[in-house]
Structures are given as C-alpha cells and as structure tokens.
Design a protein around this ligand. Structure first.
Ligand SMILES: Cc1cc2nc3c(=O)[nH]c(=O)nc-3n(C[C@H](O)[C@H](O)[C@H](O)COP(=O)(O)OP(=O)(O)OC[C@H]3O[C@@H](n4cnc5c(N)ncnc54)[C@H](O)[C@@H]3O)c2cc1C
Length: 481
C-alpha cells in the first residue's frame, strides 16, 4: 500500500468530498461489471475538475503510483478494475458531470467526462437534438468511459462508433499536463492526432476530462420491423437490400437465431415472439425519419418489406404498430444475454469480421465448435450490419463455469479468436481489451501492431502509471524505477 503520508497528500488536493479510504465506499468499485475480476485499492480519488485531476496525476507521477481511471464501471473487459496488489488508486471521474454548453445550431454539446450517457441523451433532447449512440449500460456508462473504449451500440450502422461522434476533447496526460483539443475543428493537419489516440486508449495514456460531442437532429418518427429469415446468409442479403433502398434511413440491423428468441420468451417476463411463424433466424431493423421532407418510416418500411418479400429475401415480417411494441421488439434483443445466463454458463466473445464474411463465419464455424466440443451450443447474435456479433458458446449442461473455463473453455476461446483472425477480423469489436482479453490479444496481435502500441505507451507514459496491465501487453512497468 502507498505510504499514508503520500495518501494524505491526495486528500489535501481533493478535500473530503474527493477522497475516500473507507472500505465500504471503495468496495463497490473493485469488481468489474461481469463479476470476473476483483482488485484492491487503498483509496478512491474523485476530483471535481480538470485542475484537480492534473494535480493528482502529478503527485502520482512523482511517487510512481499507478492510477486506474474509472467512469461508470460498466465496461465488459475489466479495464476499470485495479489489480490485486493494493498499490493502485482508483481515479473516478463520476463527480465531474457537468454539461457546460449546448448549441442547437451547430449541434455540439460540451460536457465533462463523468456525464452519464442517459443524462446526455436527455440534455440533447432538451435542445431538439439527439446523441445517436446508445447501449444497454446507458444508465451507468459515462462519456469518458465511452470515449476510452470507443463504444459502439445499436446505432453504429448509421452514425458510427464513439470515435465518429467526438469533435474535441481535453485530457490530462501522464506527466500531469493538460492537453486541450476542445476546439471542434473540421480540418486540422498538425500531424499525429493525439485526440484520436486517446479514443479507445482505455485510460492507458491519459485521463479524458472533457469533450465536445456531435449530435444529430431529433427523431420525428421511427419504425421497428421484425423479420423471419432462413439463415445468416439470407439476413445479409436482406441487409444489403435494405441499405441499397433505404440507406440513410436504416439505423439498426440486428440478427438473432430462433434459439435466442426461445430463450428470451422462456426466461424473460412479458416477452413473446413477434411472429406467429418460426424461422431459423430473425432480423430486427429500425428505420428513422429526422427530416420533415422524408417519407414516413412506416410507409418506407412497408414498401421495402413488400419488395423484399417478392425477391425472397425474408420469410415473414411484422411492423411494430406502436412505440410500446417497438420497445417490446428491442427488449427481446436486449434480453438475450440475461436469458442465456438463466440457461447456464457461456463464454462470450465480442468479435468482428468484414461484414460480407460474417454470415459465412457464423454458418461455418458454429458447427465446428459444437462438434469439436461435444455438448456445447453456440449462439451468435447482434450487429450484423457492423460485421460485429456476440459469439457465445454455452457450456455442456450441468457444467460449472470455473472448472469448464480452466478446461475446454480457454481452448474454445482461443479457437474462436484463431478463426476470427483467419477471417481478418478482430477479437474485440466494441468492448476493448482491458484485463480480460490482454493475453489473447498479445498471442494474436501482429508484431508491428504490438510494437507500435508499446512504443506509444512508453513514449507517453514512461513511468507506467496510467492503468498498467490493461490494453498494452507486457508494457514495462517502471513504477519502482
Ligand atoms: C448492459 C450493458 C450493455 C452494454 N452494451 C454495449 C454495447 O452495445 N456496445 C458497447 O460498445 N459497449 C457496451 N457495453 C459496455 C460499456 O457500457 C462500455 O464499455 C462503456 O463505454 C464504459 O463506460 P464506463 O463509464 O462505464 O467506463 P468504465 O467501465 O468505468 O471504464 C472503461 C475503460 O475506460 C477507462 N476510462 C473510464 N473513464 C475514463 C476517462 N475519463 N479517461 C480515461 N479512461 C477512462 C477505464 O480505465 C477502462 O479502461 C454495455 C454494458 C452494459 C452493462
């Protein structure tokens, strides 16, 4: 544990509201969202502004103390969880939660890193705009965490990941200096773009303290469609068709197998199948209208579904007749992980391959895994339109997760990632690397990628105080230098 005299210096910088060494205050922040990693930390630091963050980082650098930046702790790869040494301090951004400026005309919102996504949505709506990134953890995830993981979600098809939505940011670098890139410049060719490096950096080269975000016009209307298809390949053809004919209006395109629908309707109260026919696979689509000049989305969807039906691109389809029904369709999609948990342990892989290869990946790789590891069942669902699915492998019935993981589980995960690599894909599509994927990332990353990543980390954080043990494999820790 760091010297108590040093800890008291952090308390002096932050005051009683910004510093806690009480175990019951710290405890909820020591375990990751999925409950797989638990660490230790002697103090929780909660600065109120950028200058306090800078002072904390300077002090940490002086005494070689590692900091673990943390937002809502909703990340999926344990990136915000300290290690077990008891030497690292959690640096929470949650107190920094002001929305400082909003401009409906240029559509920009300026806010602190600790603003919760749900609150950002509400602030944008209040000025007739929309922040077009949403995900299941929106009640906890903060803007700083979303930036640091380059989060995705269900609207990426049209609006891109967080990277596309950041117009400017401010960060405290590992030496305590403040990097100000808040000006929302459309063009800026001053060489390496540190702002882009900080996006998706998982807190390993600096602490995001503020940002300027793009918003889009508020929705006038939306239309949510549920379609039954034979296979991922047919779903992909349907996706191409819908993109060709409704391109700018198609905001989400998700797929799930009948098995996932069965699991949801069995385990999640209040859900029922949208169609009275069964299909091998299902596609969930959302069409939107955000301009009065556009055809209403219901009309557009009806027209496109008729055409798609004539071209044998789907088996059956239904359009949500109310907002409540639209939400019910989305609830099915959002409840898959929970329903699956009720059926027993599963390995979860957030992977991407080129969009055009995803159907083949699902169709070819699932049976190989199920036959190589008897008793397992694969479940692929998610953002087909982004070439990103959650590829889960359920343990054989009655198997305990810990012993399974230590046996076949690890081999299955390596097998999945090997196949992803063979397709030219990524073992992390939207969740990041954190602690959970660092070993597999190191095993599979191309040498040039690893070398560049380490060089950047070492150049910007030579003392290794920024979230060590996350994202960058085997970065030399020089805390005791
Ligand atoms: C139910 C549910 C559904 C989800 N669905 C999706 C989804 O569809 N798509 C998706 O992409 N993600 C999804 N997520 C994951 C999660 O919401 C994102 O990873 C989110 O971006 C994390 O934000 P956070 O504030 O909770 O960050 P944390 O979990 O606290 O931190 C995440 C990482 O960012 C770093 N960090 C946090 N704040 C800062 C900062 N200010 N400066 C520097 N580094 C920082 C941390 O050190 C850590 O490495 C989901 C999560 C849940 C719980």
């Amino acid at each position: 544990m760091p010297d108590v005299k040093i800890l008291s210096k952090f308390r002096t910088i932050l005051g009683p509201k910004g510093y806690s060494d009480e175990t019951d205050v710290i405890a909820p922040w020591l375990t990751d969202w999925r409950g797989r990693f638990t660490g230790a930390a002697p103090a929780l630091l909660s600065p109120a502004n950028t200058h306090e963050v800078a002072a904390v980082v300077k002090l940490a650098a002086k005494h070689r103390i590692a900091l673990v930046p943390q937002g809502g702790n909703s990340g999926m790869v344990a990136g915000a969880t300290p290690d077990k040494s008891g030497q690292q301090l959690i640096l929470s951004l949650r107190r920094m939660n002001n929305i400082t400026a909003m401009d409906a005309e240029d559509g920009l919102i300026c806010c602190d890193a600790g603003v919760i996504l749900q609150n950002l949505h509400e602030a944008a709506a209040a000025i007739g705009r929309r922040f077009p990134l949403t995900l299941g953890g929106k009640g906890s995830a903060t803007v700083g965490g979303l930036i640091s993981t380059n989060a995705g979600g269900t609207q990426v098809l049209r609006h891109g990941t967080m990277r596309m939505l950041v117009a400017g940011l401010e960060a405290v670098l590992p030496d305590g200096s403040i990097y100000d890139a808040m000006a929302p410049l459309k063009k800026d060719n001053r060489g390496y773009d540190l702002k882009q490096l900080l996006i998706g950096a998982e807190g390993t080269i600096g602490i995001v303290t503020k940002t300027v975000l793009h918003t889009v016009p508020a929705l006038i209307d939306r239309c949510v469609v549920w379609a039954g298809v034979d296979s991922p390949a047919q779903a992909y053809d349907l996706l191409l068709f819908m993109q060709r004919h409704g391109r700018e209006r198609l905001e989400g395109f998700e797929i799930l197998p009948q098995r996932a629908l069965n699991a949801v309707t069995t385990h999640i109260a209040g859900t029922r199948p949208p169609l009275d026919t069964t299909h091998g696979w299902h596609a969930l689509m959302e069409f939107v209208q955000d301009d009065l000049g556009q055809t209403p989305p219901g009309e557009l969807a009806t027209h496109l579904l008729e055409k798609a039906m004539n071209e044998n691109l789907l088996g059956n389809a239904t359009i949500a007749s109310s907002d409540a029904q639209a939400e019910a369709f989305w609830k099915i999609r959002d409840s898959i992980a929970e329903a699956e948990r009720a059926e027993g342990p599963a390995l979860q892989h957030d992977i991407s391959v080129p969009v055009s290869a995803m159907a083949r990946f699902i169709e070819d790789e699932s049976p190989v895994i199920e036959s190589t590891y008897p008793g397992t069942k694969t479940l692929a669902f998610g953002h087909l339109g982004d070439g990103n699915i959650h590829f889960h492998v359920k343990a054989p019935t009655g198997m305990d997760m810990t012993s399974w993981y230590e046996g076949d589980g690890k081999a299955i995960t390596s097998h999945v990632y090997d196949r992803v690599r063979a397709y030219g894909g990524s073992l992390s599509a939207e969740h990041g690397i954190g602690q959970a994927k660092i070993a597999e990332f190191e095993r599979l990353a191309e040498p040039a990628r690893l070398a560049a990543l380490r060089a950047i980390k070492n150049a910007l954080d030579p003392l290794g105080i920024m979230n060590p043990g996350k994202l960058v494999p085997l970065a030399q820790t020089r805390l005791s230098a």
